[in-house]
Design a binder for this molecule. Structure first.
Ligand code: IPM
Ligand code: MG
Length: 360
């Protein structure tokens, strides 16, 4: 197969971890006889520095012309970086929101899985960690509070800020269908997370998702309030399979889900539209404090590359090869600093990439 992808190395640890994912992809291509062409584009702080814009229209056009986008991370230290002195729509994160919207990437998948080898890194009680968990956070990504009307102005002499949370039934239905489709390939359970005891938007989610659930009689369907979900994730994460939710709740809960796996450096993600196109990125941020030190964990980005092979290119065997290679290196005891126990030997970012590439 011939794969054309756009690569956004981005800021902070982005370039380091993306290099390792490309190394692993190259190893897969060599082994299975595929070719992959990378075209690099800028987004985030590096694009601000180069063009005064976190994502140019030219970069969007290049991304659109490809099969998929592989992304590292964007942004810097919000307290100290000059990027955060710019107006909000010129900051690094605006580039990320723009690419999500421009490419219509409404479905964000963040798998949270506890590797048996990393149980010690799990911050939960050992009896909870012992049971393990394997869930798919499905976050709506192009609606809700992130994209509603917002402004700050003086109203009757009082400074007032407004953000609006809007969803229409079509936006809800399309992600619900994706959620149930994915549940059919997993343990066949969907939990909708909302705040239907307060929000109109949540009540519409309940109505629409309930309708969609009728088409999937094999899937067990349940609803849960978001505050309860925050609690259940640390109390009994094993109960979840597909966790379906709106943009802002998903942002918060997916960080919580990632943390209980032991490290945000392990969590991959895929952002999909209605076609096979997808943007694949680690769930963690740009970690500016450790950037350039070759100590970041590249596994999240490598697993994101595996998701790309699976969801955009339907190369399940090749995706399995990457996921198994990750499991193997963990079994063999290799650890980057974030997942090592106190006193345990660690490997560098590029060594971890090489070890995984050798095992695909
Ligand atoms: C994420 C990030 C982004 C989001 C930020 C960087 C805008 O936290 O991908 O979860 O809130 O969506
Ligand atoms: Mg987030």
């Amino acid at each position: 197969m011939n794969m054309d992808i756009a690569v956004i190395r981005g800021d902070g640890i982005g370039p380091e971890v993306v290099n390792e994912a490309m190394k692993v992809l190259d190893a897969v291509c060599a082994k299975y006889g595929h070719t992959i062409n990378y075209e690099h584009i800028l987004m985030g702080g590096c694009s601000i520095d180069a063009y005064g814009d976190p994502l140019t229209d030219e970069a969007v056009a290049i991304a659109k012309s490809k099969d998929a986008v592989l992304l590292g991370s964007i942004g810097g230290n919000t307290q100290t970086s000059p990027w955060y002195k710019l107006p909000p729509n010129k900051r690094p994160e605006a580039g990320l929101l723009k690419i999500r919207k421009e490419l219509g990437l409404f479905a964000n998948l963040r798998p949270a899985y506890l590797y048996p080898e990393l149980k010690d890194a799990c911050p939960l009680k050992s009896e909870v960690a012992e049971r393990g968990f394997d869930m798919m956070m499905m976050r709506e990504l192009t609606g809700g509070l992130y994209f509603g009307e917002r402004y700050t102005k003086e109203i009757d002499g009082v400074m007032t800020a407004v953000d609006t949370l809007t969803y229409n039934e079509n936006e809800i239905r399309r992600i619900a269908i994706k959620g149930f489709d994915i549940a059919m390939k997993r343990r066949k359970k969907v939990t909708l997370i909302d705040k239907a005891n307060v929000l109109d938007s949540s009540r519409l989610w309940r109505k629409v998702v309930e309708e969609v659930s009728k088409d999937y009689s094999e899937v067990e369907y349940d609803v849960m309030l978001v505050d309860n979900c925050a609690m259940q994730l640390v109390k009994d994460p094993a109960q979840f399979d597909v966790v379906l939710t709106e943009n802002m709740f998903g942002d918060i809960l997916s960080d919580e889900a990632s943390m209980i796996t032991g490290s945000i450096g392990m969590l991959s993600s895929a952002s999909l539209n209605e076609t096979k196109f997808g943007l694949y990125e680690p769930s963690g941020g740009s970690a500016p404090d450790i950037a350039g030190k070759n100590i970041a964990n590249p596994i999240a980005t490598i697993l994101s590359a595996a998701m790309m092979l699976r969801y955009t290119f339907d190369l399940d065997k090749e995706a399995d090869a990457i996921e198994n290679a990750v499991k193997t290196v963990l079994k063999e005891g290799y650890r980057t600093g974030d997942i090592a126990k106190a006193g345990e030997a660690t490997v560098k970012c590029d060594e971890m990439g090489t070890l995984i590439a050798q095992r695909v």
